[in-house]
Structure formats: structure tokens, C-alpha cells
Ligand binder design. Structure first.
Ligand SMILES: Nc1ncnc2c1ncn2[C@@H]1O[C@H](COP(=O)(O)OP(=O)(O)OP(=O)(O)O)[C@@H](O)[C@H]1O
Ligand SMILES: [Mg+2]
Length: 383
């Protein structure tokens, strides 16, 4: 696929059953993944989008508001109202909830109900299961794997969390295993163990002081937590290997979503390099919120004259200033996209313009179709 000019999502996702939208914070990963899923459903496919923290209005309009980790079918009437007949197509959406998925994983890998409850009730577990570094990323992968295994969908589109580092999710499974399996940490915490006598005196003393001051026995909680969790390490490891295999599978494609400013562009270049180094299947780039020139704009002098007549000199001058600022952005974005092409080479690259309206429902998502699926495919969805 060396012809990058006319690439569409359909080309990129041919023979693909998992599409992962990665990128830095706030660039439009959630919007793009939902729009791709909606567009593919409109073309007759059974699609699930796994979203993370969608804006409340978008979640509400897709019927996701109270469902937590459960997947829900987006009401087919919403397609009808948007003037689209998806045929056999179905759009399902899940809002990923790291804590709920973590609980499910604990239950799955615990030997029996008693040991899973012991973990789920543990004070430390309750505190960290949602907040643990990488847990959101790991759980996104976990859920992806689980739904993929069910074989219910033609395509899964995974949104990724707003990580500080867009690559966090790649090694999240390994990091989680390392944390739970952290021998040094366990030695520190086991109050009666040999480790505690040697290395752990400092930590144990601090915890003992805390216990005196707060009445909360963190030592017991912590050692119970690590002892119980260590029983799960085998399951976690096995699963992490399978999740990794899915990420690198032939039917998986990563899309890198970026904004048109220099900083996200540089991050996209870095992320692309990392994906290639990790031998993960890269599908293409999506440059979102591109400032584009209005069609058939007249030259500056003509615009200034007409504005002055319509608005008076002062206001016209201010409007002209903001017009020039915007044009500056259009030029900057075009240069940045060129730069991106130069740095990454011939890969499929899609652009989505900055839309005038907020994208908060299915109609908004479907309005991005011409940019993602090509102008020809936009008017009448093909089956
Ligand atoms: N092309 C666009 N035109 C106008 N607004 C857009 C466009 N794309 C996204 N937005 C808006 O930008 C905001 C951020 O988008 P989105 O939530 O998809 O980003 P994100 O990458 O998922 O963010 P985070 O990293 O925080 O998860 C949303 O309010 C969305 O409606
Ligand atoms: Mg998001």
C-alpha cells in the first residue's frame, strides 16, 4: 500500500479484525475510534468499539451512560435517523472500566471464590486496582482479548487511554506482572520473613508507626495483598503472552492518531518508530483537527474591502486579523503534515478537518465519514 494519497479506512482495515487507535493525549483517539466503528457498521459489519472515558455527551448519545463494563448495542434507530441503512451492520460500544475488568481478572484466576473475595475485599487492592500504573492500559488489552476470543464481531476498534506516554499500553501487561511478582517488594513487606529482618526494617518501622498513629494495619493488608496476588501471577503471565500475540497478529492494525501541531506530530513519529521496532502491525496515520482553507477564498484585499463595507473599518480590521491567524494555522498544518510524510515515508495517511460543530453523537461521528472512508463511499453506504 505505497499509494498514500487516496488511502481510506477500508483499504487500511482490509482483512483486519482488530484496529487499535493510539496517540498522544487529546488528539481525538476516542472520536476517531468511534467514527471508524460507526462507519464500518454503516457498511454492514458487526463492530464493537471499546472506548475509554468518552466525553459524557458522546457516551450518553451512544447509550453508554450507565453500563460500566458491559457492552451495549447502539440503537439501530440512530442510524435510521442519520439516513443510513446499515443492513446487517451492528454497532456495539463498551466503556472500559479498569477496576471492573481487574475484578473480573482476579475472579478468573483465583483458585476459588474464597481467595478471590479475599483479594477483592483487601483494602490495598481496593485502593490500587483502578489506579495502579498501567492497569488501565492492561485492562484495555485484557478486554480486547476477551471480546476477540468470543468471536462475536467482524471488527473490534480499541481506543487507548490518555497516557502521558502513548506507548505505555504496549508494555502494560509485562509491567503489571512485574509489579505483582515484585519479589523485592514482597520481601520488604512480609513482616515475619527473612527479608523484613534484613532489608525491610525501615519499611516495617514506618508501617508500624503508621499503625500506631492511624490504627490501620497496613502491614497485614499489604502482606495479605501480595500473598494473595502472587497466586495470580501465573494466570497473568499466561494471559499477557496471549494479549501480546493478539497485538502482533496479522489481523491487527495500529492507527496512529495525531493532531496537526508540531508536538503531537513529533510524538506520532516517535510512536511509529516504536511500533516498527516492536514489530507491531502499523496501519496508517490519522491527522485530526486539521485547519483547512475555505474553498474558493478570494484574495485579501477583496475580502478586506467587502468586510469594511459590511462591518465598518474597525471591526473589519479585527475580523481580518483573525482570518490571517487562521490562515497561518492552515499553512502551519500543511507544512507539518508534509514534515510528517517526510519523516515517516510512504504510509497511508488520512486527514480529518477541524469540524465546526462538536462531535457528540452518531450523526457527528458519521459526518467524519467522507474523510475516513473517501468521498465516494460517503453518500450511500455500500454493503
Ligand atoms: N475533527 C474534530 N473537529 C472538532 N472537534 C473534534 C475533532 N476531533 C475531536 N474533537 C473534539 O476534541 C475533543 C477531544 O477528542 P477525543 O476525546 O476524541 O480525544 P482523545 O485523544 O480521546 O483524548 P484523551 O487523550 O483525553 O482520551 C472532544 O471534545 C471531541 O469532540
Ligand atoms: Mg479518549
Amino acid at each position: 500500500m505505497s499509494d498514500t494519497a487516496g488511502a481510506t479506512v477500508l483499504d487500511i482495515l482490509e482483512d483486519t479484525d482488530v484496529c487499535i487507535c493510539a496517540g498522544s493525549g487529546g488528539v481525538g483517539k476516542t472520536t476517531t475510534s468511534a467514527a471508524i466503528a460507526a462507519g464500518m457498521a454503516a457498511r454492514g459489519h458487526k463492530v464493537a468499539v471499546l472506548t475509554i472515558d468518552p466525553a459524557k455527551r458522546l457516551a450518553d448519545s451512544l447509550g453508554l451512560s450507565e453500563l460500566g463494563n458491559e457492552r451495549a448495542r447502539v440503537d439501530p434507530k440512530l442510524f435510521e435517523r442519520a439516513g443510513i441503512d446499515p443492513g446487517d451492520g451492528e454497532l456495539w460500544a463498551t466503556m472500559l472500566d479498569a477496576k471492573a475488568t481487574f475484578d473480573e481478572v482476579v475472579i478468573r484466576y483465583s483458585e476459588d471464590r474464597e481467595s478471590s473475595e479475599q483479594i477483592l475485599d483487601n483494602r490495598i487492592y481496593k485502593q490500587i486496582s483502578g489506579a495502579l500504573a498501567g492497569s488501565q492500559e492492561y485492562m484495555a488489552m485484557e478486554k480486547l482479548y476477551e471480546i476477540h476470543e468470543s468471536g462475536e464481531f467482524d471488527l473490534l476498534v480499541l481506543d487507548t487511554p490518555p497516557s502521558r506516554n502513548a506507548l505505555d499500553f504496549l508494555d502494560a501487561p509485562q509491567r503489571l506482572v512485574q509489579f505483582v511478582d515484585g519479589r523485592a517488594l514482597k520481601m520488604f513487606l512480609r513482616p515475619t520473613g527473612f527479608g523484613a529482618k534484613i532489608a525491610g526494617r525501615g519499611a516495617a518501622t514506618i508501617l508500624a508507626v503508621l499503625r500506631r498513629l492511624t490504627g490501620v494495619d497496613l502491614i497485614d493488608d499489604l502482606s495479605e495483598f501480595f500473598n494473595a496476588m502472587s497466586g495470580l501471577v501465573g494466570g497473568f503471565k499466561e494471559r499477557a503472552t496471549k494479549v501480546e500475540a493478539l497485538l502482533g497478529a496479522e489481523g491487527t492494525k495500529f492507527l496512529i492518531v495525531t493532531g496537526p501541531a508540531s508536538e503531537p506530530i513529533s510524538e506520532a513519529v516517535y510512536l511509529h518508530r516504536k511500533l516498527v521496532e516492536s514489530e507491531l502491525p502499523f496501519g496508517g496515520l490519522v491527522v485530526n483537527r486539521l485547519h483547512v482553507a475555505a474553498d474558493g477564498a478570494a484574495d485579501d484585499e477583496e475580502i478586506a474591502t467587502e468586510l469594511a463595507v459590511a462591518l465598518g473599518e474597525d471591526l473589519a480590521e479585527r475580523v481580518m486579523d483573525s482570518y490571517r491567524d487562521r490562515r497561518g494555522l492552515v499553512e502551519r498544518d500543511a507544512a507539518n503534515v508534509e514534515d510528517l510524510r517526510d519523516r515517516i515515508g510512504a504510509v497511508p495517511l488520512l486527514t480529518i478537518p477541524e469540524m465546526a460543530d462538536e462531535i457528540h453523537d452518531l450523526v457527528g461521528l458519521l459526518s467524519l465519514q467522507p474523510h475516513l472512508f473517501g468521498a465516494a463511499a460517503a453518500a450511500a453506504p455500500s454493503q
